[in-house]
Design a protein. Structure first.
Length: 116
């Protein structure tokens, strides 16, 4: 499975960005896609995930500001990020998880920088 992310960049506090991640290769319907992020000097943490059927899960820190969605026909997951704050600055990684064996695939990451 290959994952290609896009949409990162520099934005001011209060601004918005939309990340996209397209999956290709051996795609199974039973999967979870999502986003994690890693700030400098910190561990990689959950942002949001979404199952193939559309069940979502969010980190408390982004609830009400970020929205995850997916287009199963395009094998693509999106992350709409609104009301961005400097603490959201990180490299955002796309995740594809095969549910039947739990194997994870990761994208190379896209940098999001929120200036104060």
């Amino acid at each position: 499975v290959q994952l290609v992310e896009s949409g990162g960049g520099l934005v001011q506090t209060g601004g918005s960005l939309r990340l996209s991640c397209a999956a290709s290769g051996s795609i199974f319907n039973s999967n979870v896609m999502g986003w994690y992020r890693q700030a400098p000097g910190k561990r990689r943490d959950l942002v949001a995930t979404i199952t193939h059927s559309g069940t979502t899960n969010y980190a408390d820190s982004v609830k009400g500001r970020f929205t995850i969605s997916r287009d199963n026909g395009k094998n693509t997951v999106y992350l709409q990020m609104n009301s961005l704050i400097p603490e959201d600055t990180a490299v955002y990684y796309c995740l594809y998880q095969r549910r039947f064996d739990g194997i994870n695939y990761w994208g190379k990451g896209t940098l999001v920088t929120v200036s104060s």
